[in-house]
Design a protein around this ligand. Structure first.
Ligand code: GAL
Length: 418
């Protein structure tokens, strides 16, 4: 017997004995929510499933942005043993569905009137050829600038609303021994910062042309060159220990006053909340410079895999239902820093950052300012995204890199990855 067959038989035996023991099913859920705020959020789902009599098998793979989680998922799925559900983003959902791995959730979607309660732009990302194969959990806004309020008050400074202001504020902070920008040097974080700058330089329309339509002229054009130029300049406002730093460690630098600001999606708010910090009092949230009329969206979803065990299938359906239930949507999103994915929620328990986010989400949906995040897998395929990450990160880490060459490289890399 080869190792693999042996492993598989042992696994079947193990699955058989657990299903004999329990009446209700088990859901194995893959996710990358391991920071303080994230772990608190996902534990709500675990508790609710357990309350319904199911058992929760946690499959957490650390690593913000989810790259490691996606690698582990591939190994598991290819060996014929996928989890019941896996945290996933827009285009990845389509890619997995296209390979035939995902299950149809139309029945539970119909019962819960998902088409009626979800914004269309969100519902579309969870569907494959018109059928639900995933359940959206939240809406994160990515273009946020987080700031430590005490630092700004003490320094007599205003949170910058343009990159020019950012550099002025940053110079003063540096002179006073404060790190202006907390950043973690990892490709997805570099891309998160870059897309915020690119959004300001390109504007909504050209942002979409570059990152959704993959327009070669815009990718290599003058505005993209400007984006790379500003991106490089921002590097001087980040400390030298940033390479490899996790995003939540960067957030904690803002929380404890070591750094003044961070550019990060509103999962950062989950860290402020877990540390008992209040918006408006301890910290502020504002759109990244020059992007108040835009909303870079990042919708976390769970993609549902085809699994064989009947009881586990039932548990899987219950999981799908629970995720979109009002009680879960409220507690989860309060902890996570995101806004509920349903638009019919009572928002009275949410703070000002969440209310601002909800307002911007609705407003930008009408004006064209609602744009998908490239850094978080919402705007294009994982292949193109990977190619963009490489160019962006290599540029950021190379002192001699030239912005014009970088924009040309970006266009070429995108073309090759299509
Ligand atoms: C994003 C994800 C967020 C947050 C972040 C850091 O990709 O959408 O929910 O968890 O990674 O882990």
């Amino acid at each position: 017997m080869t190792m693999n067959i042996m492993k598989k038989s042992l696994l079947t035996l193990a699955l058989f004995s657990t299903s004999q023991l329990s009446q209700a099913g088990e859901v194995e859920v893959l996710h990358w929510w391991t920071s303080g705020g994230e772990a608190k959020s996902v534990s709500v789902l675990k508790e609710m499933m357990e309350k319904d009599g199911h058992s929760w098998k946690d499959f957490a793979v650390a690593g913000g942005g989810g790259e490691s989680a996606m690698t582990v998922l591939k190994t598991r799925a290819v060996s014929g043993n996928p989890p019941a559900a896996a945290q996933m983003k827009g285009h990845n959902i389509q890619e997995w569905a296209d390979l035939g791995f995902l299950t149809n959730l139309d029945d539970v979607a119909k019962q819960g009137n998902w088409d009626g309660i979800l914004p269309k732009v969100v519902a579309d990302t969870a569907k494959y050829e018109g059928h639900y194969v995933a359940v959206p959990v939240n809406v994160h806004r990515v273009n946020w600038l987080w700031a430590n309020k005490a630092i700004f008050d003490k320094e007599g400074l205003k949170v910058p609303s343009s990159w020019d202001e950012f550099f002025k504020v940053g110079d003063k902070l540096k002179a006073d021994g404060i790190i202006p920008l907390a950043h973690g040097g990892q490709p997805w974080q570099d891309a998160t910062l870059f897309e915020a700058i690119a959004l300001e330089k390109l504007g909504n329309e050209d942002y979409n042309k570059a990152f959704v339509e993959l327009d070669q002229d815009v990718l290599s054009g003058d505005k993209m060159v400007e984006a790379f130029t500003t991106f490089k300049k921002v590097r001087d406002y980040i400390d030298s220990n940033s390479p490899g730093r996790d995003w939540n460690v960067a957030t904690s630098m803002v929380i404890n006053g070591q750094a003044a600001m961070q550019v990060m999606g509103d999962w950062a708010k989950g860290e402020f909340s877990a540390a008992n910090k209040q918006p408006g009092t301890d910290y502020t949230c504002s759109p990244t410079p020059g992007t108040s009329n835009s909303f870079t969206f990042n919708v976390d979803s769970f993609a549902f895999f085809q699994i064989k065990d009947k009881e586990n299938q039932k548990a899987q359906q219950d999981l799908a239902k629970t995720i979109l239930s009002k009680p879960f949507q409220e507690v989860f999103n309060l902890n996570k820093g995101s806004i509920p994915v349903r638009l019919d929620m009572d928002m009275s328990k949410f703070d000002q950052c969440a209310l601002d986010s909800m307002e911007a989400f609705k407003a930008t949906a009408d004006t064209g300012g609602l744009v998908p995040s490239m850094a978080h897998g919402m705007s294009t395929t994982s292949y193109v995204q990977g190619a963009m990450f490489d160019v962006i990160t290599n540029f950021f880490n190379d002192n001699d890199a030239d912005p014009k060459t970088a924009a040309e490289k970006l266009a070429k890399a995108v073309k090759a990855a299509q």
